[in-house]
Design a protein around this ligand. Structure first.
Ligand code: C2E
Ligand code: CA
Ligand code: CA
Ligand code: CA
Length: 279
């Protein structure tokens, strides 16, 4: 028993060392990633449920990590948030998205609003609003062509500072969406308190829409709430025609998901913009 106990400990210690070494390696390569221009943006269309027209695009960060391929944000954004690098990386995302919008416009494509994700940590940084303002000035992109997505959990984290920042952003003419709506554990009071324009129904409520009466009831309740507060609604993670039909029945006007398009490199967007010109 003693011997096996020691073996277990050794096994555990080795595993810990491997995990710690991996973490260290990740953090080290992440620190230089911005300078080495390893970050890139993917785009995913947000379409009208009525006719499939592209009404906007969500901007999704990717990391081309040498020897690791394309890394998804869930595998590195938590670390960027921990070490504060989300601030410069987040500013880069906003700027790169606006520059892409300029490039599409120069190529003769109809502009659609780009929705950029913001972390809670970015709100604590006083430089956020000036950085946004500078980016709009430098690129010449109208505020109406930029949107921000924030989770309800992030909203609740730093009440006053967040409210101030969001009011400044809203006053600039940039619209705000509540991301992953319904998954946070906050009251709905923030919908009144913050300048919110749109809510995004989390894909957890969309996935089993066909089989789950509960999920249909939740979507109906969200639609009723949004209707009375005059918020528009995007359904996330729409993968099947049946989900789309149910969402349409519930009066949901906008959707995003693999049914329409997977997130992809900017180079893949022009045909989508041409096939479904916006307005
Ligand atoms: P999110 O904001 O909820 O983004 C939607 C996620 O759902 C994306 O994952 C997208 O690829 C995925 N998705 C879209 N359609 C479908 C579908 O039909 N089925 C399924 N199963 N998934 C779908 P992704 O790109 O891996 O991003 C994960 C999260 O990382 C995002 O979740 C967002 O919270 C965060 N994120 C991405 N880019 C940024 C960024 O620039 N800044 C910050 N702060 N966070 C970001
Ligand atoms: Ca989002
Ligand atoms: Ca979401
Ligand atoms: Ca999410």
């Amino acid at each position: 028993a003693k011997a096996s106990g020691r073996n277990n400990y050794q096994f555990f210690a080795e595993r810990m060392n491997v995990a710690a070494a991996r973490r260290f390696e990740l953090e080290t390569s992440l620190r230089g990633a911005l300078e080495r221009e390893e970050f890139t943006l993917f785009y995913q269309p947000i379409v009208a449920t009525r006719d499939g027209k592209v009404e906007g695009m969500e901007v999704l960060l990717r990391w081309r990590r040498p020897d690791h391929g394309l890394v998804a944000p869930d595998d590195f954004i938590p670390m960027l948030e921990e070490n504060g690098l989300i601030v410069p990386v987040g500013e880069w995302v906003i700027r790169a998205a606006c520059e892409q919008a300029v490039a599409w416009r120069r190529a003769g494509l109809a502009p659609v609003p780009l929705a950029v994700n913001l972390s809670a940590r970015q709100f604590m940084h006083r430089g956020l609003v000036p950085a946004i303002r500078r980016t709009l000035e430098d690129t010449g992109i109208e505020a109406a062509m930029l949107e921000f997505e924030i989770t309800e959990t992030a909203l609740m984290q730093h009440g006053r500072q967040t409210l101030e920042t969001l009011e400044q952003i809203s006053a600039m003419g940039i619209r705000l969406s509540i991301d992953d709506f319904g998954t946070g554990y906050s009251s709905l009071a923030y919908l009144k308190r913050f300048p919110v324009h749109k809510i995004k129904i989390d894909r957890a409520f969309v996935r089993d829409l066909e089989t789950s009466g509960e999920d249909r009831a939740i979507v109906a309740a969200i639609m009723a709430l949004a209707g009375s507060l005059q918020l528009s609604v995007v359904a996330e993670g729409v993968e099947t025609g049946a989900q789309l039909a149910l969402l349409r029945e519930h009066g949901c006007d906008l959707a995003q998901g693999y049914l329409f398009a997977r997130p992809a490199d900017a180079a893949e967007m022009p045909p989508l913009l041409r096939t479904y010109p916006s307005r």
